[in-house]
Design a protein around this ligand. Structure first.
Ligand code: ATP
Length: 648
């Protein structure tokens, strides 16, 4: 049984409803140790036959048997494996990968073997020494002469120790001296027990081998043995072939990235602008939110919040439905991070009278600890004694325009609206002494709870609290979580039971608005991210077009479709990672610049990029890059290796 058997191979191309017969029944047997030259006129089907033998073309009739095993039913993956392990290619125009060094070109084949990385390198060096190119191993293909390039491709063809070497016009682009050198090398390969099949137009080349097969009109018209095949010593292969690993594919993509560094730098820069805008907007949002909170909290006590009853849906908003019970107070008191909860009463709408002057105030309410920051009490004290009131500057100015703080210690008449349980209006009244005057940040008039209670009893009305002052332990960071917890508490009807009133509610609402604004801005910035993604798609499509030949070479060497896909995913990943790194650097630089300016102007760092912002921006963009690579990578993987190899 011959090592390679061709059985009645027929091949035709179907163009414009016409069949063009190229191979019309080729039957040949080949053995290892032979150096066979296939001669024939141009267009006679020599390359077509080589492609069939090499497992690049499976669209033919007849059969190819290797060691008696048919190739006909092999899947695409099995043919990849067959090329990796059994076939070595030598092309007329060398087909080296331009962005890899000489040694790396040889390593491409070796990386698809079970040898360790060190053994692969040793074998690459050994092969380069064999073809006389050891000193040139770090050069790129375009730095070599034609003869040298062909010797590299011979080293590459031998790398995986295949049994068949297919050479398509191996000396077609070489001068006489180089032709002799290459033929000598090919002869040595046959002497080593491999089957060398060379397609050639040259009788000189053909005469060098052990056998000449002549093709005419798609048939063999001559099969001449020049000398006996070289003897084959059967030795066990030292290693096996396997598909390229992701690591080596990634490294190849990185070499390509480095080779086109200037162009890639521009792409990275363009993409980085998009990522930067998103990260910067998120950082600006953090800063603005922080600044506004800081401004508000410097005027009001952030850790004491006022909680009142939330009106149930469809419920009549009567004062009765707004009461806070001792049970409510206990529930709030028992919450995590709540230091204390105190019940109090607020009344909407109050009036003061003294002599012939009047002033109105938004709320009259009981004082609780933390109701007002010390620094906002501009004169006097909090209402510690019975029948005292703490008023704001605006109220005080109604009685003493020029010296409002002189109102401290003065007696005025207080009127407060207190509807009864049925909603009937009552006016409570009491002569009170001004205990102090606050800034206008405080919209209320504050009395002690004893005073409030006694005002109710004087009017024969029941004092029933309608808010709780909840004091939060652990400082500002706990405020929002406690507020959220309180808002999530449900009543018996499964609806929210409480609402936050006072400054805490404003901060919470403001933060919601700021968050919406930040996400809108980040969303707008994300449009530039989308533009970057489109740019990546275009770049990858260009890359596929530019590397079509390389894809053909790699497929010929045994790269699977999946390997080719991963090559482009790796390239997209590398672009994504570098763009993200650059974007994060620019974002932090811009933060530094903006904060230097804002610290001078408003004494606050207005841009605060958190590590999460930077990481999220980078991760999202890398994912976008991988998504962008889907279509180009699929296109690259689908390319027909034969068509790719013949592209320029
Ligand atoms: N993809 C294709 N579609 C249609 N026809 C094709 C295709 N590939 C090759 N052919 C045709 O098949 C015939 C054989 O081509 P092939 O390349 O095998 O010839 P060849 O003997 O190697 O020629 P040369 O010596 O000039 O390289 C030619 O007529 C060519 O035009």
């Amino acid at each position: 049984m011959a090592y390679l058997e061709l059985k009645d191979i027929r091949k035709s191309y179907h163009i414009d409803n016409q069949d063009f017969h190229v191979l019309n029944g080729i039957s040949l047997n080949f053995d290892r140790g032979e150096f066979v030259s296939i001669l024939g006129e141009s267009g006679g089907g020599k390359t077509t036959l080589m492609n069939i033998i090499a497992g690049l073309d499976s669209d033919y009739s007849g059969d190819v048997l290797i060691n008696g095993q048919s190739l006909k039913k092999d899947t695409s993956k099995q043919l990849d494996e067959y090329r990796r392990s059994t076939i070595g290619f030598i092309f007329q125009n060398f087909n080296l990968v331009n962005h890899l060094t000489i040694q790396e070109n040889v390593m491409v084949s070796l990386e698809m073997t079970t040898l360790t990385h060190k053994q692969q390198e040793e074998r690459a060096i050994e092969l380069l020494k064999k073809v006389g190119l050891y000193d040139h191993r770090n050069k790129y293909p375009n730095q070599l002469s034609g003869g040298q390039m062909q010797r590299v491709s011979i080293a590459r063809a031998l790398a995986s120790d295949p049994d068949i070497i297919i050479a398509d016009e191996p000396t077609g682009a070489l001068d006489a001296k180089n032709t002799d050198d290459i033929l000598e090398l090919m002869n040595e390969i046959a002497e080593d027990g491999k089957l060398v099949i060379a397609v050639t137009h040259s009788q000189t080349v053909a005469n060098y081998g052990t056998r000449i097969v002549h093709l005419a009109d798609g048939k063999i018209d001559e099969d001449k043995i020049l000398k006996p095949a070289y003897p084959v010593e059967k030795s066990k292969p030292a290693f096996k072939s396997r598909p390229a690993k992701l690591g080596s594919i990634f490294q190849m993509a990185f070499e390509h990235f480095k080779y086109n560094f200037k162009r890639n730098l521009l792409i990275i820069f363009g993409a980085a602008i998009g990522i930067f805008s998103v990260i910067f907007m998120l950082g600006l949002g953090n800063g603005v939110r922080g600044y506004i909170n800081h401004e508000i909290y410097s005027e009001v006590n952030p850790t004491t919040i006022q909680v009142s009853r939330k009106q149930k849906q469809g419920e009549n908003p009567s004062p009765k439905n707004s009461l806070m019970t001792n049970q409510d107070n206990r529930q709030l008191n028992d919450l995590k991070n709540v230091k204390s909860s105190t019940l109090g009463k607020f009344l909407s709408g109050g009036q003061f009278k003294a002599a012939d002057k009047t002033a109105s105030v938004q709320y009259v309410q009981t004082y609780y600890q933390g109701a007002i920051l010390k620094k906002n009490i501009k004169s006097g004290t909090i209402p510690t004694k019975d029948n005292q009131v703490l008023i704001n500057k605006k109220t005080a100015q109604s009685f003493n325009k020029n010296k409002p703080y002189d109102m401290t210690g003065k007696k005025i008449q207080l009127f407060a609206n207190a509807p009864d349980d049925n909603g009937q209006p009552h006016v409570l009244s009491r002569e009170v002494t001004v205990s102090g005057v606050t800034s206008d940040i405080n919209p209320m008039a504050l009395v002690s709870s004893n005073t409030m209670k006694s005002m109710f009893s004087s009017a024969s009305m029941k004092y029933e609290p309608n808010f709780a002052a909840v004091n939060i332990a652990g400082g500002v960071p706990n405020v929002q979580p406690v507020q959220d917890k309180i808002k999530s508490l449900k009543g018996s009807n499964k609806q929210a039971k409480y609402q936050i009133t006072g400054a805490g509610a404003i901060v919470s609402t403001l933060n919601t608005y700021i968050n919406v604004a930040v996400w809108v801005l980040a969303g707008i910035a994300a449009i530039s991210l989308l533009v970057s993604a489109i740019m990546i798609i275009v770049v990858l499509y260009i890359s596929v077009a530019e590397r079509t030949k390389e894809i053909g070479i790699l497929r010929a060497l045994g790269f699977t479709k999946g390997n080719i896909r991963n090559l482009f995913f790796s390239e997209a990943f590398i672009l994504g990672v570098f763009s993200s790194i650059l974007a994060v650097i620019i974002a932090y630089l811009a933060e530094w610049g903006a904060d230097a300016v804002s610290s001078g102007a408003i004494k606050y760092a207005i841009v605060q990029i958190s590590p999460m912002n930077a990481i999220a921006g980078a991760v999202v963009f890398i994912l976008i890059c991988l998504l962008a690579a889907l279509a180009p990578a699929a296109k690259a993987a689908k390319l027909d290796p034969i068509v790719s190899l013949s592209s320029e």
